[in-house]
Design a protein around this ligand. Structure first.
Ligand SMILES: [Zn+2]
Length: 269
C-alpha cells in the first residue's frame, strides 16, 4: 500500500501541467495531449464571469509552476496580462495567446468566444499543438478528424431544422450561428445578466417574430428568472453550457450542447 501511494505521488509529481484561463481552452487542449501524462486545468472557476475574473494568489502560483499558460486575449481577459507581468522571471511557463496564434488583431470589438466556431478551432489546433509540443502535446491529427466529423454532423442536421434563428442571451452562441449561417436577434446582454428593460424585451420579441423563431438560448451562467417574460409569452428557453465545466473534451462538449439546441430549433417556431 505504502509503495503504491509513493508511486502515485511520484507519477502525479512528474505530470506536466498546462494551465488555461477558461474551461473551453482546457477542453480543446485535452484533445491534443495524452491526459495520463499531462494535466490541463483552467483557473476561471465554475459560474464566474471570465471577463471580470480576479485571479487569486493560488492561481498565480499554479501558473508559475506550469509548463504553459494559455489564454484568449489581452482585452477580453484583461486580468491575464497583469498576471503574466507578475510571474517570477526565472523558469517562466510558456505564455500562449489564442488571438496571436490565430494571427488576429486585438481590439475592443473582438468577440472572444472563438470556441463556438469549430472552423476556427480547426485553424487553431495545429499551431496550438505545435506550440505545446514541449509540454506534452501529441499533435492535432486525431483532433482534426474529430472536428471534421463534428462539422459533418452539424451540416447534416442543419437542413432538417424547422427554424434557423434564435435569440442569444450573450455574444457566445452567436459565433456558432454566424459560422453556420443561422440567424440571431440582438443578444439579451453584452456581458452582464442584468434586469432587462421592457423596451428591450419588446424589441427582441419583434425581431424574433420577424425571423420566425420562438427559441431563446440562455447561457447557464445567467439567472433563468431574468427571462420570465419570454417564458410567459410562449418562448422555448434552452439552457446551454457555454463553458463545459463538467466536460472533458471539446468535441463532446459541442455535441451535447448542439443536440439540445437542434432539438429546440425543431420545436420552437
Ligand atoms: Zn462571454
Amino acid at each position: 500500500m505504502k509503495v503504491l501511494m509513493l508511486l502515485l505521488l511520484i507519477t502525479s509529481g512528474t505530470k506536466k501541467v498546462i494551465v488555461t484561463s477558461v474551461s473551453p481552452l482546457r477542453l480543446i487542449i485535452n484533445e491534443m495531449v495524452d491526459t495520463s501524462q499531462v494535466k490541463v486545468i483552467n483557473i476561471v472557476p465554475r459560474g464566474q464571469n471570465p471577463h471580470t475574473f480576479d485571479p487569486r494568489p493560488s492561481d498565480v502560483k499554479k501558473i508559475a509552476n506550469a509548463c504553459a499558460f494559455v489564454y484568449i486575449s489581452d482585452i477580453a481577459e484583461s486580468w491575464a496580462p497583469k498576471l503574466v507581468r507578475n510571474l517570477p522571471l526565472k523558469n517562466r511557463p510558456r505564455i500562449l495567446k489564442v488571438w496571436k496564434l490565430l494571427g488576429r488583431k486585438e481590439s475592443i470589438y473582438i468577440n472572444p468566444h472563438f470556441w463556438f466556431d469549430p472552423y476556427t478551432v480547426k485553424k487553431l489546433s495545429g499551431v496550438l499543438a505545435d506550440s505545446l509540443k514541449d509540454c506534452g502535446a501529441i499533435g492535432s491529427e486525431k483532433f482534426l478528424n474529430r472536428l471534421d466529423s463534428l462539422i459533418l454532423w452539424i451540416n447534416a442536421e442543419l437542413p432538417t431544422l424547422k427554424t434557423k434563428c434564435f435569440i442569444p442571451s450573450h455574444n457566445s452562441w452567436t459565433v456558432f450561428a454566424k459560422a453556420f449561417h443561422i440567424k440571431t436577434t440582438t443578444p439579451l446582454w453584452t456581458t452582464e445578466g442584468t434586469e432587462l428593460s421592457p423596451r428591450k424585451i419588446i424589441r427582441i420579441m419583434k425581431q424574433a417574430k420577424k425571423c420566425g423563431t420562438k427559441v431563446l438560448v440562455l447561457d447557464s451562467i445567467y439567472n433563468p428568472d431574468l427571462v420570465t417574460p419570454f417564458r410567459e409569452n410562449g418562448f422555448k428557453i434552452v439552457e446551454l453550457d457555454p463553458q463545459g465545466w463538467d466536460e472533458v473534451t471539446y468535441t463532446e462538449f459541442m455535441k451535447k450542447n448542439l443536440t439540445k439546441l437542434f432539438e429546440a430549433l425543431n420545436e420552437g417556431n
